[in-house]
Design a binder for this molecule. Structure first.
Ligand code: PAF
Length: 282
């Protein structure tokens, strides 16, 4: 595995590989790798000749009051994990390398951002879309892998790829969970011990909603109420949102039909966790 820190070298290596007809699988991350990321890498390894992992904590996607400084980082551990997943190139640029000057152009996401995390994190998805556009131009991947835990991110990037005609295939990979159901996340380490015990209620509440849908419930408001009640019973966390939309359009629904997402976010002392459930209603 080679660690690359400059854009120029990364682009040259990729162009070399592509000129030999090699396919490139790309897994963008902010590091502090967990099993969810490893699943993405594994899938990329199976489906491509070359695997590129990027580790870059992107300041553009953090709001002024968010956890950019506290975001967990451990490059040596990540490097060892990447090596064991048989990554070919680890792209690890500095902030100065990615943003040497103020950007004269930024990507602004027009749709799919006024709900869920977008409404509580203004500018977040513009930051994600901007860095992903840069990565797509640097790494020129055949396929790019994203976890479905960040379902709104997947929806936004689907829009970016389609609207800007970017020649990359987006592969959305299922959520990886701890044994107790908590969705794996780099941020889980920032839960206090009692909060870690309570946190599986996010998933449990989604399962209660899934059970109600199976039994015929089609009223989004009733499901939202059910989920809020379930979380309130078990957790000291403060609900940021529980919302239900069509997916991937993220439009409100009066009645559940088609493919839908139930998504929630709960704030704990030092960390805000998200989870979701996507299903197709017959
Ligand atoms: O999901 C993430 O970790 C980030 O939003 C991403 C896609 C790496 C862009 O910075």
């Amino acid at each position: 595995m080679r660690v690359i820190t400059t854009i120029k070298e990364m682009q040259e290596l990729i162009l070399q590989q592509k000129s030999q007809g090699k396919t490139v699988g790309f897994v963008p991350t902010m590091g502090f790798l967990h099993e969810g990321h490893l699943t993405l890498l594994n899938r990329a390894r199976q489906e491509n000749d070359i695997v590129v992992l990027s580790i870059f904590v992107n300041p553009l996607q953090f709001g002024p009051k968010e956890d950019y400084a506290e975001y967990p980082r451990d490059f040596e551990r990540d490097r060892a994990l990447a090596e064991s997943e048989m990554v070919d190139f680890l792209f690890y640029p500095s902030v100065e390398e990615m943003y040497p000057t103020d950007l004269s152009v930024r990507v602004t996401v027009q749709e799919r951002t006024d709900v869920l995390c977008g409404s509580s994190r203004p500018g977040h998805f513009d930051g994600v879309a901007t860095v992903i556009t840069k990565f797509f131009n640097i790494i020129m991947p055949t396929r790019a892998y994203f976890g479905k835990k960040d379902a709104q991110q997947v929806a936004v990037i689907e829009g970016l790829i389609s609207d800007f005609n970017i020649p990359v295939n987006l592969v959305a990979v299922d959520i990886v969970r701890e044994n107790d159901g908590l969705a794996k996340s780099s941020r889980n380490v920032n839960l206090l011990p009692n909060e870690r015990k309570e946190a599986p209620v996010l998933y449990q509440s989604l399962q209660v909603a899934a059970g109600a849908i199976d039994e015929g419930e089609r009223d989004p408001n009733k499901l939202i109420h059910l989920i809020r009640e379930e979380i309130g019973k078990e957790s000291s966390g403060v609900i940021d949102y529980v919302q239900i939309y069509s997916y991937p359009q993220l439009k409100p629904l009066e009645k559940l039909e088609g493919t839908i997402i139930i998504a929630l976010a709960v704030k704990f002392t030092k960390v805000r966790l998200i989870d979701n459930f996507i299903t197709k209603i017959d």
